[in-house]
Design a protein around this ligand. Sequence first.
Ligand SMILES: NC(=O)c1ccc[n+]([C@@H]2O[C@H](COP(=O)([O-])OP(=O)(O)OC[C@H]3O[C@@H](n4cnc5c(N)ncnc54)[C@H](OP(=O)(O)O)[C@@H]3O)[C@@H](O)[C@H]2O)c1
Length: 324
Amino acid sequence: MAPHALADETGPATATGTAQQVSCALTQDLTLLGGGGPQPPVATPRFIYGTAWKGDRTADLVYQALKCGFRGIDTANQPGSYHEHLAGDGVRRAVAEGIVTRESLYLQTKFTYTADGPHHADRGPQEPAAPLEEQIQTSVARSLEDLATIPSSSSAAPYLDCLVLHTPFRTTEETMRYWRAIETYVPHQIRHLGIANAQSGIVEQILYDEAVRFPPSVVQNSFTRKTDFDTNLRHLCRQRGIVFQTFWTLTANARLVGSRLIEDVAICTGTSREVAFYALVLGLGARPSSTALRARCTCARTSRVSGRSNIGRTARGGTHGRLI
Ligand SMILES: NC(=O)c1ccc[n+]([C@@H]2O[C@H](COP(=O)([O-])OP(=O)(O)OC[C@H]3O[C@@H](n4cnc5c(N)ncnc54)[C@H](OP(=O)(O)O)[C@@H]3O)[C@@H](O)[C@H]2O)c1
């Protein structure tokens, strides 16, 4: 990560180094190798900036996030909740100002399928009556255009670091048909594939299908007690080198965030409950996506907390051991 990005977030030196050094550790790259196939390695940061529900502020917030030190951006080709082209505007501004290069970023977007009518808010640019393969082509082309930036090498074509299927289809057959179609864009236009809102059954189905050449590199699910925090799926992901990203990390866990345990962690580390909770989720090996740029930079503050070695001990000693 570019050190200048956190120049005003360095904070006091701690036993584990300055906040800036710890921030660098937080955004340390995790390389997705892509199962030894022809996919180029891609680095995913541990903490990603999510752009849902940011409306007209999306471009400015993405720019601010990159300036703060975030290097991963999550968006979707789903106008009801995301403004993908504005996310691209924020990235282009940061690239143009020399804050980041395209190659130093992890840009992730989603293919959203809906069979509903043309005015449905969740519908992307594709025509719902068109064959699925054609819908995918339209959606991918729009995402590449929305997120296109000037790479350092002028000959390099735009690419997406990861394209996530927003939700599995109603049937396994449809999901597998989607997977066969989307694989044809890997590795040149899309480096890696992912799936969101997925149960372990469909992830295993894709993983163990012998015809699949590019299994998911990313699973993005809500982090909630209702799904037992996806304990088994997270285990599977760890075993298979899949990055498990969380959303609703704060929204779905108001009681935990408000708990005594999190209060203790926040007090011990001199930060907010929200940052303390993100840091604990990071400690599980999951990758939360944050929406807020409160307190100047959640990224730097979370890194400060997750860099302190007593956090894991505090969590394990608490009453919410099952989270670990
Ligand atoms: N695949 C999917 O189906 C799916 C679904 C939902 C979300 N996502 C992705 O996940 C991203 C994260 O969204 P989320 O709703 O899941 O986030 P979240 O972790 O549940 O946090 C969201 C809420 O917490 C607040 N917040 C965040 N950081 C904070 C801090 N440091 N201090 C105080 N409040 C804080 C936010 O405030 P603000 O209102 O100020 O931002 C917002 O109200 C989305 O942007 C999107 O990219 C994906």
